[in-house]
Design a protein around this ligand. Structure first.
Ligand SMILES: CC(C)(COP(=O)(O)OP(=O)(O)OC[C@H]1O[C@@H](n2cnc3c(N)ncnc32)[C@H](O)[C@@H]1OP(=O)(O)O)[C@@H](O)C(=O)NCCC(=O)NCCS
Length: 146
C-alpha cells in the first residue's frame, strides 16, 4: 500500500488546469473522470464507474465528456493508460492503441490508447470521431458538476 501511495501524483499550486466531472445519482457520486492538459494533447487520468452503475451508459457518457473537455482545453488528442479490463470498452468507444507503457516497478505494462479530437457533431459541437456509442443518444441521465 505504501509503495502504491508513493506512486500517486499530487498537484499543489503547480497543478495544470484540469477538468473533473463527477456523475451523481441521489446526491451520491457514482462515477468520475479527470482530464489534464499535456501540451498538444490531454491525458485522461481517471475514468471510474461504481460497480453497481457499470453497464448503464455512465462510462460512455463520461468518456464523451472527457473528449469534449480535452478539446475545450485546446488538445488535438486525448490519450490514457488503459486498464486491461477496460480495453474492450475503449475500443467500443472508437479508441486505438498507440503504444505500450514502459514496465513499471512491478513489470506491469499497460496499453496507451488515444482518440483524435478533430470532428464536430451535427450542432457544431467539438467531439471526437468515435462511433455512435459515445454520442448523445447513448448518454445516461446523470448529473455532472463540471
Ligand atoms: C470501463 C468502464 C469505465 C465502462 O463504463 P460503463 O458505464 O460500464 O460503460 P457503458 O455502460 O457506458 O458501456 C458502453 C459500451 O461499452 C461496452 N463495454 C463496457 N465495458 C466493456 C468492457 N470491459 N469490454 C468491452 N465492452 C465494454 C458496453 O457493453 C456498451 O456497449 P453497447 O454500446 O454496445 O451497449 C467501467 O466498467 C469501469 O469503471 N470499470 C472499472 C474501472 C476501470 O477499469 N476504468 C478504466 C481505467 S483506464
Amino acid at each position: 500500500m505504501r509503495a502504491w501511495v508513493n506512486t500517486l501524483r499530487l498537484f499543489g499550486n503547480a497543478a495544470p488546469r484540469a477538468e473533473i466531472h463527477v456523475a451523481e445519482r441521489a446526491a451520491q457520486p457514482i462515477a468520475w473522470m479527470r482530464v489534464i492538459p499535456h501540451g498538444a494533447f490531454c491525458v485522461l487520468e481517471d475514468l471510474w464507474v461504481q460497480p453497481a452503475w457499470q453497464g448503464a451508459g455512465v462510462g460512455s457518457t463520461l468518456f464523451w465528456l472527457a473528449q469534449r473537455s480535452a478539446h475545450h482545453l485546446g488538445a488535438q488528442r486525448l490519450e490514457w493508460e488503459a486498464e486491461p479490463n477496460a480495453i474492450g470498452f475503449y475500443k467500443r468507444m472508437g479508441a486505438r492503441h498507440i503504444r505500450d507503457t514502459p514496465p513499471n516497478e512491478w513489470d506491469r505494462v499497460l496499453q496507451v490508447m488515444a482518440v483524435d479530437l478533430v470532428k464536430e457533431d451535427a450542432q457544431g459541437a467539438p467531439i471526437a470521431p468515435v462511433n455512435d456509442a459515445s454520442g448523445p443518444s447513448r448518454r445516461a441521465a446523470v448529473a455532472d458538476d463540471g
